[in-house]
Design a protein around this ligand. Sequence first.
Ligand code: NDP
Ligand code: 8X3
Length: 251
Amino acid sequence: MRTALITGATSGIGEACAHLFAQQGYRMILVARKQDKLEKIAKHFADKYAVEIKTLIADVRDKVAVTDILEGLPGDWKQVDVLVNNAGLSLGLEPIDQGDTSDWDTMIDTNVKGLLYVTKIVSNWMISNKKGHIVNIGSTAGKEVYPGGNVYCATKHAVDALNKGMRVDLLPHGIKVTAVNPGMVETEFSKTRFKGDEARADKVYEGLEPLIAQDIADAIWFVVSRPAHVNIDDMIIRPTAQANSYVTNRK
Ligand code: NDP
Ligand code: 8X3
């Protein structure tokens, strides 16, 4: 039986991944902060696909809590085949001189440090198990910088660098490492970025067909289902109507 650990599984890309991995018969460890939502999602997929699911209610920014909760798993749950480092967010779109420093802290602590805390623990399990695949959810914001993207883009550029670093460091252990970098995906992402302003969030996707979370889950499934000798290092996926962060074809 194969096991996947997915962070940020209460909505969007993480939830879609949990759905797809459950469909594929994976046992799963799902991590997020919203307890009710996570437990509901886990129960739904466990019942529907007859797979075992453990829910870990944790804030990935909290190094001690993350370490305790992961290390507290029973030994056989530490046989993780796939880690999807997905938990992340953007907050605000102000120019650098007007940015909110607590938003900056949250983005850096979640997207970079949280990803590192989880990876440190799970990569050690993978080394002991002599196998594993880490999928880092980066972004096109890790490849380009757009106005007001400053700190969010910096965190995703960091994920891009960490993906390359992990690939090098974990090579001797036979562990696969992949970055999946989405462009515009309609999830809770923009509502979070604009702090609940739904009208502003909807405008991001106005006049074009954005990706949906399922598109990214499908790409993640593609990378993890390649033969043992194949590693996809880096993948960029955008809506057909988005050429880059600035050029879109809106009707
Ligand atoms: P959503 O807002 O829909 O989902 C974000 C998930 O991250 C939620 O499950 C949330 O769960 C979790 N999360 C956020 N902060 C924490 C935390 N501190 N600890 C634990 N979990 C946390 O957005 P997406 O699905 O779109 O985003 C998923 C990833 O994809 C992010 O890394 C994002 O940067 C990236 N991405 C998104 C794109 C898009 O256009 N949507 C494009 C490119 C990349 P909870 O609140 O319950 O903790
Ligand atoms: C999310 C995509 O373009 O809003 O990472 O930065 S974008």
